[in-house]
Design a protein around this ligand. Structure first.
Ligand SMILES: [Fe+2]
Length: 380
């Protein structure tokens, strides 16, 4: 009893109170991001063990101590960037992602400008989607109920250059630095590079080579836009309103978790259709994303100032260290598991995840999140 109590904490809340439980931070699986970037093949046993045992892991990295500029480019495709350069580039990308996508309507109800879409492209299922632009969940169709809990932008990895409506400036105002488009291209390049390494390592196969897959795609301040055939990967930037009206709507819809403490949800439990999925910026402010830990059979809070994920990152990397959460979707599980059951080998499940409503004292505080979903046509 004492050991189980150690992993339970009671948040001092009322209406949206939550008895938060989950595995202790020390049991949350981690992988050093720098090792993945520099010597990925050595990590195969660790990555597969984490995915089959837990279903997710944190990619952690230390506080950057380098004074070298973040813009140091990978001068040639064959060059091997130093750890300090890689870390600086990672931090620059994460910083861009955390400042970009200032929503035009951060609170509920959203402004009447509704969908301000960029060009339309077609998903891997031939569904028309906005390449970038605010989407309220109606698909732009009059009469459809809007998504009551969030708005989101999506950036197609295959062709960022065709986007027509980038958010004009970072949240902290105009700067003399790279354009918003260049920052998105670069941050997308980082997510793509990480996810590509994970996929190649986990499947043990070389990936199809596409433009924009080299370190220069995230180490250069102005990476060359990449047009990528067969790449249906997406970067989602989401704003969860967390307004009382939205949470009331979720309550009326009966959006509660099905296991243990049954918290109010703003996004129901589900698995993604993708290969690898990253949350490259873990929110320090408001809770939201939770992943299901297959080892403990408990939900693990990723976002939020009190989350076990943040505690684990501090434990592993110290104050100032960083981390991303990484998990897998159905396309990866299907491909990885081919023939494994018959051979008696461990299989990997698509990762269950969900978003919970904020603690009562944080109701009304919006949560902005970025998710990268890897999708290649040859695996879908
Ligand atoms: Fe999802």
């Amino acid at each position: 009893m004492a050991s189980s109590m150690a992993s339970i904490s009671l948040h001092p809340t009322a209406r949206f109170s939550a008895l938060s439980s989950g595995p202790p931070p020390s049991s949350i699986p981690t992988v050093p991001l720098l090792n993945l970037l520099k010597n990925p093949s050595s990590l195969r046993p660790l990555i597969l063990s984490h995915l089959s045992t837990h279903g997710y892991f944190l990619l952690t990295y230390p506080k950057s101590t380098s004074s070298s500029p973040a813009s140091s480019p990978a001068s040639s495709p064959a060059s091997s960037p130093a750890s300090s350069q890689l870390l600086s580039a990672v931090r620059a990308c994460v910083s861009s992602l955390s400042r970009l996508f200032t929503p035009p309507s951060p609170s509920w109800p959203p402004s009447s400008c509704a969908v301000s879409a960029g060009a339309v492209y077609f998903s891997e299922k031939d569904v028309p989607m906005y390449k970038l632009g605010r989407d309220d969940g109606t698909g732009g169709l009059p009469g459809n109920d809007p998504d009551r809990v969030r708005e989101y932008y999506r950036v197609a990895s295959a062709d960022v250059s065709l986007c027509q409506s980038f958010p004009p400036e970072p949240a902290d105002g105009p700067s003399d630095g790279p354009s918003a488009e260049a920052q998105i291209e670069r941050a997308l390049g980082l997510c793509r590079y990480i996810a590509d390494r994970l996929l190649a390592v986990a499947l043990g196969v070389p990936l199809k080579r596409r433009p924009g897959s080299k370190p220069a795609s995230f180490m250069s301040e102005e990476p060359r836009p990449a047009k990528r055939d067969g790449d249906f990967s997406l970067l989602y930037a989401m704003n969860y309103y967390n307004a009382p009206e939205c949470l009331e709507w979720a309550r009326e819809e009966g959006m509660y978790g099905s296991c243990e403490r049954r918290p109010l949800l703003v996004l129901k439990e589900h698995v993604d259709p993708s290969l690898f999925v990253l949350e490259p910026v873990i929110s320090e402010r408001v809770g939201g994303l939770e992943v299901f830990d297959e080892a403990s059979r408990l939900w693990v809070a990723v976002d939020g100032d009190r989350s076990p994920a943040h505690a684990r990152i501090r434990e592993r990397e110290g104050e100032g260290g960083g981390g991303m959460v990484c998990f897998v979707g159905k396309a990866f599980a299907d491909r990885f598991n081919e023939g494994r059951g018959e051979r008696g080998e461990a299989e990997i499940r698509a990762t269950r995840h969900r978003c919970v409503a904020p603690r009562e004292e944080q109701v009304g505080v919006c949560r902005r999140a970025v998710i990268f979903e890897q999708k290649y046509i040859e695996y879908m």
